[in-house]
Design a binder for this molecule. Structure first.
Ligand code: FAD
Length: 350
């Protein structure tokens, strides 16, 4: 058994594999330490500012000062989890492909997970590689000609780099709004989205969450690329945050970039020093390409966490499970189904 990735989804998967008595697994992680994507989040993202980290299965919740960087706190939380449960994590190991493999290592019976020259023959694989390593940059004409600084959320480190600058933030998700709030204290920021953002400050209910997850689940069952859960729920902001965001200058998405800024179709221009693309991420699944899983709709046809075309492969943290609570549940579902799969193949073999 191989688990690829040691973020919340990978850790939950490993926990449940052990819980169901499957101890002969390895968890391969490309990072050089614990924390999954949280390890890389910008230092000014404080624990008190994130939406909330759901406790890992069988472990107490994160308990730390709200002013500490979320990256430090969550990395330490995941590291203590790995130690406490003795999870079989090997790092840094970047998986480069998952394939059916050649005859000598059981083609047909095993999936072959490769990391450069190293190979693991696996009866089943849980892929939990998240999205952080695949930042999404949309294309606009003139992008290469812009002489200021362009960066993606994934590259963002410190608001101080933008003190006194004129900049735009492109994006309508929670990373965009979080960064806008931080940057607007030090820079002259314009918010750019495709449509006028609608911010909700009504009461969050479990039903809203469930409905959003169901929408994303429906898409991945149909083999369409997943939407983020936020794009299905809308953006939540408490009244004070909503008021601050609504007070920022906003413009609809521009037509092109120029050497000094951006230009709309009506010829209006805005000169800026920097453009921050808070335009989200895509699932990091390139290493699965040899399995040929892409459906005509551009996604992978899923049934829960199971890949319909390859039932030995589960995707945890993909689509509807791309949240810390979803990752926990996905790990449990994937491990439970793999236990059933391994039990049935042992019956057939005996
Ligand atoms: P990740 O945490 O990304 O872990 C994936 C792991 O796989 C990484 O360690 C990576 O190094 C490894 N990996 C990737 N490719 C390979 C490869 N080829 N080979 C080997 N290893 C590989 N969710 C919440 O519930 N609450 C929040 O407050 C919240 N805040 C967020 C803030 C931001 C800015 C973003 C972008 C997302 C946020 N999310 C939040 C969503 C969050 O990312 C998920 O909830 C969850 O932490 C993702 O866990 P994961 O295990 O799926 O992926």
């Amino acid at each position: 058994m191989v688990v690829i990735g040691a973020g919340q989804a990978g850790l939950s998967s490993a926990y449940y594999l052990q819980y169901y008595g499957i101890d002969d697994y390895v968890m391969l992680d490309s990072a050089d330490g614990a924390g999954g994507a949280w390890r890389h989040r910008w230092p000014s993202l404080r624990l008190g500012k994130v939406n909330g980290i759901y406790p890992l299965p069988g472990f107490p919740p994160v308990d730390a000062d709200a002013d500490l960087p979320a990256s430090e706190v969550v990395s330490e939380y995941y590291a203590s989890y790995e130690r406490h449960y003795g999870l079989h994590v090997i790092r840094p190991v970047e998986v480069t492909s998952v394939d059916y493999g050649p005859e000598d290592i059981g083609a047909g019976e095993r999936l072959v997970v490769s990391a450069g020259p190293d190979r693991w023959a696996a009866r089943a694989v849980i892929n939990a590689t998240g999205t952080w390593t695949r930042p999404f940059w949309p294309y606009y004409p003139g992008m290469a000609s812009f002489e200021g600084r362009q960066l993606h959320t994934a590259d963002f480190r410190d608001v101080e780099e933008f003190r006194g600058k004129k900049m735009i933030v492109v994006g309508a998700g929670s990373s965009a709004t979080g960064l806008l709030l931080e940057l607007s204290d030090v820079a002259d920021v314009t918010w750019i989205t495709r449509r006028k953002p609608v911010l909700r400050d009504d009461e969050w209910s479990e039903n809203v969450g469930r409905e959003a997850v169901a929408k994303v689940d429906e898409r991945v069952r149909a083999g369409l690329p997943p939407l983020s859960v936020v794009s299905a729920t809308g953006l939540w902001a408490p009244p004070d945050v909503r008021a601050k965001l609504e007070s920022l200058p906003w413009r609809p998405i521009f037509h092109e970039l120029t050497p000094r800024g951006v230009r709309w179709r009506d010829g209006t221009e805005l000169e800026v020093d920097a453009i921050l693309w808070a335009t989200g991420f895509r699932a990091a699944l390139d290493h699965l390409a040899p399995l040929g899983l892409r459906a005509p709709g551009g996604g992978i046809v899923m049934d829960g966490t199971r890949v319909v075309a390859e039932p030995r492969l589960h995707l945890a943290g993909y689509g509807p499970s791309a949240s810390t609570v979803g990752a926990n549940r996905a790990g449990r579902q994937a491990a439970r189904e793999i236990r059933a799969l391994l039990n049935s193949s042992e019956l057939v073999a005996s």
